[in-house]
Design a protein around this ligand. Structure first.
Ligand SMILES: CC(C)(COP(=O)(O)OP(=O)(O)OC[C@H]1O[C@@H](n2cnc3c(N)ncnc32)[C@H](O)[C@@H]1OP(=O)(O)O)[C@@H](O)C(=O)NCCC(=O)NCCS
Length: 185
Protein backbone atom coordinates (compact mmCIF):
# COMPACT_ATOMS: atom_id res chain seq x y z
CA UNK A 1 0.00 0.00 0.00
CA UNK A 2 2.69 2.49 0.97
CA UNK A 3 4.55 1.33 -2.13
CA UNK A 4 1.69 2.72 -4.24
CA UNK A 5 1.99 6.12 -2.65
CA UNK A 6 5.71 6.41 -3.24
CA UNK A 7 6.45 9.26 -5.63
CA UNK A 8 8.67 8.56 -8.63
CA UNK A 9 12.25 9.58 -8.05
CA UNK A 10 13.13 12.81 -9.80
CA UNK A 11 16.43 14.13 -10.99
CA UNK A 12 17.06 17.16 -8.82
CA UNK A 13 20.73 17.58 -9.62
CA UNK A 14 20.17 21.12 -10.92
CA UNK A 15 18.25 22.27 -7.87
CA UNK A 16 20.23 24.32 -5.38
CA UNK A 17 19.17 24.92 -1.81
CA UNK A 18 19.92 28.05 0.19
CA UNK A 19 19.39 28.48 3.92
CA UNK A 20 18.93 32.10 4.92
CA UNK A 21 18.07 34.05 8.02
CA UNK A 22 15.75 37.03 7.77
CA UNK A 23 18.84 39.26 7.51
CA UNK A 24 20.11 37.47 4.42
CA UNK A 25 16.88 37.56 2.43
CA UNK A 26 17.16 39.93 -0.54
CA UNK A 27 14.49 41.77 -2.50
CA UNK A 28 15.22 39.34 -5.36
CA UNK A 29 14.25 36.47 -3.03
CA UNK A 30 10.94 38.21 -2.36
CA UNK A 31 10.41 38.92 -6.06
CA UNK A 32 10.94 35.25 -6.88
CA UNK A 33 7.68 34.53 -5.11
CA UNK A 34 5.87 36.52 -7.77
CA UNK A 35 6.82 34.00 -10.45
CA UNK A 36 6.14 31.15 -8.05
CA UNK A 37 2.73 32.62 -7.25
CA UNK A 38 1.86 32.84 -10.92
CA UNK A 39 1.82 29.04 -10.85
CA UNK A 40 -0.52 29.18 -7.86
CA UNK A 41 -2.75 31.65 -9.67
CA UNK A 42 -2.85 29.44 -12.77
CA UNK A 43 -3.88 26.51 -10.55
CA UNK A 44 -6.56 28.65 -8.91
CA UNK A 45 -7.90 29.59 -12.32
CA UNK A 46 -8.15 25.92 -13.24
CA UNK A 47 -9.95 25.14 -9.96
CA UNK A 48 -12.32 28.01 -10.60
CA UNK A 49 -13.21 26.66 -14.01
CA UNK A 50 -13.88 23.21 -12.59
CA UNK A 51 -15.86 24.28 -9.54
CA UNK A 52 -18.43 27.10 -9.66
CA UNK A 53 -18.56 27.31 -5.86
CA UNK A 54 -14.89 28.22 -5.78
CA UNK A 55 -15.78 31.46 -7.52
CA UNK A 56 -18.09 32.89 -4.88
CA UNK A 57 -16.42 31.37 -1.83
CA UNK A 58 -12.78 32.01 -2.52
CA UNK A 59 -12.35 34.75 -5.09
CA UNK A 60 -13.52 37.51 -2.73
CA UNK A 61 -10.66 36.69 -0.38
CA UNK A 62 -8.10 35.74 -2.96
CA UNK A 63 -8.43 39.06 -4.76
CA UNK A 64 -6.69 40.77 -1.82
CA UNK A 65 -3.59 38.61 -2.26
CA UNK A 66 -3.68 39.12 -6.00
CA UNK A 67 -3.85 42.93 -5.65
CA UNK A 68 -0.21 43.19 -4.58
CA UNK A 69 0.88 41.22 -7.64
CA UNK A 70 -1.25 43.43 -9.87
CA UNK A 71 0.44 46.59 -8.56
CA UNK A 72 3.93 45.12 -8.83
CA UNK A 73 3.36 43.71 -12.32
CA UNK A 74 1.88 46.97 -13.56
CA UNK A 75 4.86 48.97 -12.33
CA UNK A 76 7.31 46.42 -13.73
CA UNK A 77 5.57 46.42 -17.11
CA UNK A 78 5.47 50.23 -17.24
CA UNK A 79 1.69 50.28 -17.45
CA UNK A 80 -0.55 52.80 -15.73
CA UNK A 81 -2.83 52.40 -12.74
CA UNK A 82 -4.78 54.69 -10.47
CA UNK A 83 -4.66 53.43 -6.90
CA UNK A 84 -6.35 54.59 -3.73
CA UNK A 85 -5.09 53.23 -0.42
CA UNK A 86 -7.11 53.36 2.81
CA UNK A 87 -4.95 53.26 5.91
CA UNK A 88 -5.88 52.96 9.56
CA UNK A 89 -2.79 54.54 11.13
CA UNK A 90 0.08 52.72 9.44
CA UNK A 91 -2.02 49.70 8.46
CA UNK A 92 -3.47 49.16 5.02
CA UNK A 93 -7.17 48.41 5.42
CA UNK A 94 -8.39 48.89 1.86
CA UNK A 95 -7.42 49.64 -1.70
CA UNK A 96 -8.82 50.47 -5.10
CA UNK A 97 -6.90 49.80 -8.30
CA UNK A 98 -7.87 50.69 -11.85
CA UNK A 99 -5.73 49.89 -14.90
CA UNK A 100 -5.80 53.00 -17.10
CA UNK A 101 -4.69 54.24 -20.48
CA UNK A 102 -4.11 57.93 -19.94
CA UNK A 103 -3.90 58.69 -23.67
CA UNK A 104 -6.99 56.74 -24.70
CA UNK A 105 -8.81 58.03 -21.59
CA UNK A 106 -9.95 54.51 -20.74
CA UNK A 107 -9.54 51.83 -18.12
CA UNK A 108 -9.59 48.07 -18.52
CA UNK A 109 -9.53 46.38 -15.13
CA UNK A 110 -10.24 47.20 -11.52
CA UNK A 111 -9.97 45.77 -8.03
CA UNK A 112 -11.36 46.95 -4.75
CA UNK A 113 -10.93 45.42 -1.35
CA UNK A 114 -11.42 46.19 2.31
CA UNK A 115 -9.96 44.02 5.07
CA UNK A 116 -12.50 41.65 6.57
CA UNK A 117 -12.56 43.26 10.03
CA UNK A 118 -13.19 46.78 8.73
CA UNK A 119 -15.82 45.93 6.12
CA UNK A 120 -19.29 47.47 6.37
CA UNK A 121 -18.07 50.81 7.77
CA UNK A 122 -18.12 52.83 4.56
CA UNK A 123 -14.45 52.40 3.60
CA UNK A 124 -15.27 50.64 0.32
CA UNK A 125 -17.80 53.34 -0.58
CA UNK A 126 -15.22 56.08 0.07
CA UNK A 127 -12.60 54.21 -1.97
CA UNK A 128 -15.02 53.95 -4.87
CA UNK A 129 -15.94 57.66 -4.61
CA UNK A 130 -12.28 58.70 -4.61
CA UNK A 131 -11.53 56.28 -7.48
CA UNK A 132 -14.23 57.88 -9.63
CA UNK A 133 -13.33 61.42 -8.60
CA UNK A 134 -9.71 60.80 -9.59
CA UNK A 135 -10.72 59.20 -12.92
CA UNK A 136 -13.03 62.11 -13.73
CA UNK A 137 -10.14 64.50 -12.94
CA UNK A 138 -8.04 62.82 -15.62
CA UNK A 139 -10.99 62.76 -18.03
CA UNK A 140 -11.73 59.03 -17.87
CA UNK A 141 -15.48 58.78 -18.10
CA UNK A 142 -15.74 54.99 -17.90
CA UNK A 143 -13.69 51.80 -17.52
CA UNK A 144 -14.35 48.13 -18.13
CA UNK A 145 -13.98 45.52 -15.43
CA UNK A 146 -15.16 42.08 -14.37
CA UNK A 147 -17.62 42.14 -11.51
CA UNK A 148 -19.20 39.27 -9.60
CA UNK A 149 -22.92 39.43 -8.82
CA UNK A 150 -22.35 40.57 -5.23
CA UNK A 151 -20.24 43.46 -6.45
CA UNK A 152 -22.93 44.44 -8.96
CA UNK A 153 -25.41 44.36 -6.06
CA UNK A 154 -23.07 46.65 -4.16
CA UNK A 155 -22.81 49.02 -7.16
CA UNK A 156 -26.63 49.03 -7.33
CA UNK A 157 -26.82 49.87 -3.63
CA UNK A 158 -24.37 52.76 -4.07
CA UNK A 159 -26.08 54.01 -7.25
CA UNK A 160 -23.06 53.37 -9.46
CA UNK A 161 -23.97 53.41 -13.15
CA UNK A 162 -22.73 50.53 -15.26
CA UNK A 163 -23.71 48.57 -18.34
CA UNK A 164 -23.20 44.88 -18.98
CA UNK A 165 -21.01 44.00 -21.91
CA UNK A 166 -21.95 40.99 -23.99
CA UNK A 167 -20.48 37.78 -22.49
CA UNK A 168 -19.04 37.08 -25.96
CA UNK A 169 -16.76 40.07 -25.56
CA UNK A 170 -15.68 39.17 -22.06
CA UNK A 171 -11.98 38.53 -21.83
CA UNK A 172 -11.28 37.62 -18.24
CA UNK A 173 -7.64 38.56 -17.91
CA UNK A 174 -7.71 38.26 -14.15
CA UNK A 175 -8.65 35.80 -11.46
CA UNK A 176 -11.69 37.85 -10.58
CA UNK A 177 -14.18 36.88 -13.24
CA UNK A 178 -17.88 37.54 -13.30
CA UNK A 179 -19.75 39.75 -15.68
CA UNK A 180 -17.83 42.14 -17.87
CA UNK A 181 -19.21 45.63 -17.29
CA UNK A 182 -18.47 49.20 -18.27
CA UNK A 183 -18.60 51.37 -15.15
CA UNK A 184 -19.28 55.08 -15.53
CA UNK A 185 -17.37 57.47 -13.30
C1 LIG B 1 -16.94 44.84 -1.69
C2 LIG B 1 -16.18 45.53 -0.58
C3 LIG B 1 -15.00 46.29 -1.20
C4 LIG B 1 -17.12 46.54 0.12
O1 LIG B 1 -16.36 47.31 1.07
P1 LIG B 1 -17.02 47.78 2.45
O2 LIG B 1 -16.10 48.78 3.08
O3 LIG B 1 -17.40 46.61 3.26
O4 LIG B 1 -18.34 48.48 1.92
P2 LIG B 1 -19.07 49.77 2.54
O5 LIG B 1 -19.13 49.63 4.02
O6 LIG B 1 -18.45 51.02 2.02
O7 LIG B 1 -20.51 49.59 1.88
C5 LIG B 1 -21.40 50.66 1.75
C6 LIG B 1 -22.80 50.13 1.85
O8 LIG B 1 -22.98 49.03 0.93
C7 LIG B 1 -23.45 47.88 1.63
N1 LIG B 1 -22.86 46.68 1.02
C8 LIG B 1 -21.63 46.15 1.20
N2 LIG B 1 -21.46 45.06 0.41
C9 LIG B 1 -22.62 44.90 -0.27
C10 LIG B 1 -23.10 43.96 -1.25
N3 LIG B 1 -22.32 42.95 -1.69
N4 LIG B 1 -24.35 44.11 -1.73
C11 LIG B 1 -25.14 45.13 -1.32
N5 LIG B 1 -24.77 46.05 -0.40
C12 LIG B 1 -23.52 45.94 0.12
C13 LIG B 1 -22.98 48.09 3.07
O9 LIG B 1 -23.76 47.35 3.96
C14 LIG B 1 -23.17 49.58 3.23
O10 LIG B 1 -24.53 49.84 3.42
P3 LIG B 1 -25.05 51.02 4.42
O11 LIG B 1 -24.48 52.29 3.89
O12 LIG B 1 -26.53 50.94 4.32
O13 LIG B 1 -24.50 50.68 5.77
C15 LIG B 1 -15.69 44.52 0.48
O14 LIG B 1 -16.78 43.75 0.89
C16 LIG B 1 -14.62 43.56 0.01
O15 LIG B 1 -13.43 43.84 0.16
N6 LIG B 1 -15.01 42.41 -0.53
C17 LIG B 1 -14.06 41.37 -0.93
C18 LIG B 1 -13.21 41.75 -2.12
C19 LIG B 1 -14.01 41.79 -3.40
O16 LIG B 1 -14.86 40.97 -3.64
N7 LIG B 1 -13.67 42.79 -4.25
C20 LIG B 1 -14.30 42.94 -5.54
C21 LIG B 1 -13.60 42.25 -6.63
S1 LIG B 1 -12.30 43.22 -7.31
Amino acid sequence: MSENRKLPEKDIQNVTFECKTEKEITSKDIDDFETFNKGVIARMKKLRQDNPLFESEITGSFVHIYAKTVIQDTIRENKSIEVVFAKDGPSLVGYSIVGVDREQKSGDFSYIGVSKDTQGQGIGKKLLELRHERLRDIDIKSYTTNARSEILAWYDKLGITYRRIDKENATPSTISVGTKVEVFT
